[in-house]
Design a protein around this ligand. Structure first.
Ligand code: NDP
Length: 477
C-alpha cells in the first residue's frame, strides 16, 4: 500500500496533523529527522488509523502515492529550507510540498519560485488552532499554485475545522505566499484582540473595582452576545482560575510580561512597507514589548499619576456595559486594519484573494474564531469591492451606537491613568478617517517650507511650491 499524504516533522503540530489525516481515513506516511519520534507516534497512536513509518527520506518519498503530497511541519526558517533541500531532489514533477509551518511569506515566495523551476508544486499553508486544532480541525490557509488545490483541497477540507454552517475552514487563498501572508495577518489580529481584551480587563479591575472572578463572569456574559469568540471564552477561564499554591487569582501570580514569537511583529513590519495603518496591531505588539522592559518599568514606578477615584458599585455596572461597547468598536477597527493589509498585499503582489472567503475560513478552528467573522464574511459577500469594513452599513451603524460609550471609557481611562493604547489607537483611526480635514495639510506645508517638497491645492490641479525664503509667492512645482 502507499500513502495518500506524508508528514515530516513530528513535534506536536506534525504529530497531531498526521493523526488528524489518519483518523479521517487517509493512509499517512510519517517521518522525522530523529527517528525515535516517528516510532513513538506509531506506537502510541498507530491504532487510530493507517500509518507508514519511514526512517529515511528515501523510504518516506517512496511510501507516497503519486503525485506525492508531502507536508513539512518543522521549525520555520533554516530548518524548513534544510528539509526542502533534502526532499526536493527525490521528488518528480507534479509532486507537492506543503509547508504548514509559520513561514514568512517572502520565504514562501522564494521557495515557490525555486521549486516551480523543478516542476514541484510548493504550497505555503498557514495553519491555525494550535496543537488542539491540528488534531481536531484547524483553520488552514493554503497558497501556492491553484492546481495544487484540485487534489490537496478535498483532503484539507476533510481534516479542517467546520464553521457553524458546516463549511470547511479552508480555501485556496491565492498564489505563492498568499496563504502565509493571510496567516500572518490572522496572528496580527490575534495580538490586537488579546490586547483589547487585556485593556477591558484592566479597566474593569482598576476603574470599576471588580475582582478577577467577577470579571470572569462579565466575560462569560459578553460571550453570549456579539463578542462570542474563543478568545473571550478562554479569558473567562483564565480569570476564574485560582492558583492552587497560594489561593490567589491565577492572573495575580503570573509575571506581567508577555512574550511573542514574531508573527505580530511581521504583520506590522510589512504594513509599514505597504503603507497600511495597522495602528491597533502595532500598539498590541508594542504593549508586549513594553511589558518586557522590567528595568525601565521599575525605574518608572514613582512617576506621577492622577488621583484615582474608583467608581461606586452602582456606577461600575454601567461602566462595564460601556467597556463592552468600547471593546466591540475597537475590535471592528482592528479587523478593518487587518483586512486593509490583506487588500493592499493583494494589489502589491497581484494576488487574487477573496476577502469574504478569508473571513469565512477564520470562523472555525483558529484562535480568532468568532461569531463576528460571519458578519465580516457577509459584508464582503454583499460588496466584494468594499473599500473598508467601516464602509459596511451594519458595522458603521454599530460603531455609531457605540462611539459615545467608547469615548467615555477613554475619558475614564485617561482620568484614572489606566493605559489603553489599543482602545485609543482604534478611536484615533476612526476619528481620522471621519475627519473632514486632517493636519496633513500643515505637515505638507512644513515639508514644502524646509525641503521644497511641493504641495497640491484643493482648488486647482498641479503641484506648487511657495518661495518661503523669498517673497512667499507661489510657483508651479
Ligand atoms: P517546532 O517548531 O518545535 O519544530 C520541531 C520539529 O522540527 C521537530 O520535528 C524537529 O525534528 C524538526 N526540525 C528542526 N530542525 C530541523 C532540521 N534542521 N531538519 C529537519 N528537521 C528539523 O515544532 P511545532 O510542532 O511546535 O511547530 C511546527 C511548525 O508549525 C513550526 O513552523 C511552527 O511555527 C508552526 N506552528 C506551530 C503552532 C503551535 O501551536 N505550536 C501553531 C501553528 C503553527 P527533531 O525531532 O529531529 O528535532
Amino acid at each position: 500500500t502507499s500513502a495518500q499524504i506524508g508528514v515530516t516533522g513530528l513535534a506536536v503540530m506534525g504529530s497531531n496533523l498526521a493523526r488528524n489525516f489518519a483518523r479521517n481515513g487517509y493512509t499517512v506516511a510519517v517521518h522525522n529527522r530523529t527517528a525515535a519520534r516517528t516510532h513513538a507516534l506509531v506506537e502510541e497512536h498507530g491504532h487510530e488509523g493507517d500509518f507508514i513509518a519511514a526512517e529515511t527520506a528515501k523510504d518516506f518519498v517512496q511510501a507516497l502515492e503519486r503525485p506525492r503530497r508531502l507536508v513539512v511541519m518543522v521549525k520555520a526558517g533554516g530548518p524548513t529550507d534544510a528539509v526542502i533541500e533534502e526532499f526536493a531532489p527525490l521528488l518528480e514533477p507534479g509532486d507537492m510540498i506543503i509547508d504548514g509551518g509559520n513561514a514568512h511569506f517572502a520565504d514562501t515566495r522564494r521557495r515557490e519560485a525555486a521549486l516551480r523551476e523543478q516542476g514541484i508544486l510548493f504550497v505555503g499553508a498557514g495553519i491555525s488552532g494550535g496543537e488542539e486544532g491540528a488534531l481536531n480541525g484547524p483553520s488552514i490557509m493554503p497558497g501556492g499554485p491553484a492546481e495544487s488545490y484540485d487534489s490537496l483541497g478535498p483532503m484539507l477540507e476533510k481534516i479542517s475545522a467546520k464553521a457553524a454552517d458546516g463549511a470547511p475552514c479552508v480555501t485556496h487563498v491565492g498564489p505563492d505566499g498568499a496563504g502565509h501572508f493571510v496567516k500572518m495577518v490572522h496572528n496580527g489580529i490575534e495580538y490586537a484582540d488579546m490586547q483589547l481584551i487585556g485593556e477591558a480587563y484592566q479597566l474593569l479591575r482598576d476603574v470599576a473595582g471588580y475582582s478577577p472572578a467577577q470579571i470572569a463572569e462579565i466575560f462569560r456574559t459578553w460571550n453570549t452576545g456579539r463578542l462570542d469568540s474563543y478568545l473571550i471564552e478562554i479569558t473567562a477561564e483564565v480569570l476564574a482560575h485560582v492558583d492552587a499554591a497560594t489561593g490567589k487569582p491565577f492572573v495575580d501570580v503570573v509575571v506581567d510580561q508577555a512574550e511573542q514569537k514574531g508573527t505580530g511583529r511581521w504583520t506590522v513590519q510589512i504594513a509599514l512597507d505597504l503603507g497600511v495603518p495597522v495602528s491597533g496591531i502595532a500598539e498590541a505588539v508594542f504593549a508586549r514589548s513594553l511589558s518586557g522592559h522590567a528595568a525601565l518599568r521599575d525605574a518608572s514606578r514613582s512617576l506621577a499619576g492622577p488621583k484615582a477615584t474608583p467608581l461606586s458599585a452602582a456606577e461600575a455596572g454601567a461602566f462595564a456595559d460601556r467597556v463592552e461597547q468600547a471593546l466591540y468598536a475597537s475590535k471592528i477597527v482592528s479587523y478593518t486594519q487587518g483586512f486593509h493589509e490583506i487588500d493592499a498585499a493583494r494589489a502589491e503582489y497581484d494576488w487574487d484573494i477573496d476577502l469574504g472567503k478569508v473571513a469565512s475560513i477564520w470562523r472555525g478552528g483558529c484562535i480568532i474564531r468568532a461569531a463576528f467573522l460571519d458578519r465580516i464574511r457577509a459584508a464582503y459577500d454583499a460588496r466584494p469591492d468594499l473599500p473598508s469594513l467601516l464602509s459596511d452599513e451594519t458595522f458603521a451603524q454599530e460603531i455609531a451606537a457605540a462611539q459615545e460609550d467608547w469615548r467615555e471609557v477613554l475619558v475614564a481611562a485617561t482620568r484614572q491613568g489606566v493605559p489603553t493604547p489599543g482602545f485609543a489607537a482604534a478611536l484615533a483611526y476612526y476619528d481620522a478617517l471621519r475627519a473632514e480635514r486632517l493636519p496633513a495639510a500643515l505637515t505638507q506645508g512644513q515639508r514644502d517650507f524646509f525641503g521644497a517638497h511641493t504641495y497640491r491645492r484643493v482648488d486647482r490641479e498641479g503641484s506648487f511650491h511657495t518661495l518661503w525664503g523669498g517673497d512667499r509667492s507661489e510657483v508651479e512645482g
